[in-house]
Write a protein that binds this ligand. Structure first.
Ligand code: F6P
Length: 323
């Protein structure tokens, strides 16, 4: 067992609903184990700029249900440079912090690796709506983001149906199509695009819309993943090729907000508590994950070398059920 006495927690990169549940779990699990806990504000920037404050049990009271992150977040360019990484580690030591929990996506995991190399024990928690972290079957925020997007798509569908239009609806996901496929199945979309599968052949989408119109479908939903590209252009080309009035809607950042679902609160809590257990056990450069029904952990180096694909079954299912 290590001599960890004080831990810090930060959220980094794009925020995700459920991050507050993870922060709460880190703080409460830390305090319950007799540790001091410090909140590092605005991600790695808070380490570099020494924006750090003490946390107690009431600092995380009444936050489990809230979207966003009470610690704020940033994409910190300084943390990509060796000088920034060293300064961050030095400032952690200056603040008496022996171990840090980093909540974020795989970009943030790289910062965690560098902190670990610079002598600060660091554990990462997968927090991103994109579900694009290879070592884990779940990332905090995905469930809330999908449910938020589906609610928006349902509303767009109402007006699309009234006007007998085609709606191209773009969802987030960076270069991954997990959000798009879940939204496509949940909303019974005519076509769901995922960057992992998309070959640029728009004729498949256009033929599908024409065929469905022939069998009496009078409005159409195409779910585009942001990683596949321009939704406005696609809507224009669909209208030109089919003669069906088409509109593009980009749902955007509303997918990152809102009260986390129970699933995001529970996974956030479990990931947070496990991260503290790992720090107490003297571990560093690890990422907590959910795999095959269990909460587990991996070395960050090996986690970052893993690759992830969209689920082929889900990809086929959406398009199969909308014939
Ligand atoms: O990683 C989360 C995410 O919301 C992606 O889906 C999206 O591509 C990106 O962040 C947007 O980032 P920003 O908020 O910096 O524009």
């Amino acid at each position: 067992m290590s001599e960890i006495k004080t831990i810090g927690v930060l959220t980094s990169g794009g925020d995700a609903p459920g991050m507050n549940a993870a922060i709460r779990a880190v703080v409460r699990a830390g305090l319950n184990n007799g540790l001091k806990v410090k909140g590092i504000h605005r991600g790695y920037l808070g380490l570099i700029e020494e924006d750090i404050s003490d946390m107690n049990t009431m600092s995380v009271s009444d936050i489990i249900h809230r979207g966003g992150t009470i610690l704020n977040s940033s994409r910190c360019l300084e943390m990509m440079k060796p000088e920034g990484q060293k300064l961050a580690a030095d400032n952690a030591r200056k603040a008496g912090i022996d171990g840090i929990v980093v909540i974020g996506g795989d970009g943030s995991f790289k910062g965690a690796q560098r902190l670990s190399e610079n002598g600060i024990n660091t554990i990462a928690i997968p927090g991103t709506i994109d579900l694009d972290i290879a070592c884990t079957e779940y990332t905090i925020g995905f469930d809330t983001a999908v449910n938020t997007a589906v609610e928006a798509i349902d509303k767009i569908r109402d007006t699309s149906a009234s006007h007998e239009r085609c709606s191209v609806i773009e969802v987030m996901g960076r270069t991954a199509g997990h959000i798009a496929l879940w939204c496509g199945i949940s909303s019974g979309a005519d076509f769901s695009m995922a960057p992992e599968r998309y070959d640029g052949d728009e004729s498949k989408i256009i033929d599908k819309i024409i065929n469905r119109r022939k069998v009496g479908k009078m409005h159409h939903i195409v779910i585009n993943a942001e990683g596949c590209g321009d939704s406005y252009g696609l809507a224009e080309r669909i209208e030109k090729a089919t003669g069906i009035e088409s509109r593009a809607n980009i749902i955007g950042h509303m997918q990152r907000g809102g009260n986390p679902t129970a699933r995001d609160r529970v996974y956030g809590s479990a990931f947070g508590a496990k991260a503290v257990d790992l720090l107490i056990a003297g571990m560093t450069n690890r990422v907590v994950a959910y795999k095959d029904g269990e909460f587990v952990d991996y070395d960050i180096d090996s986690a970052l070398s893993m690759t992830k694909d969209v689920d082929q079954l889900l990809y086929e299912l959406g398009n199969r059920l909308s014939r």
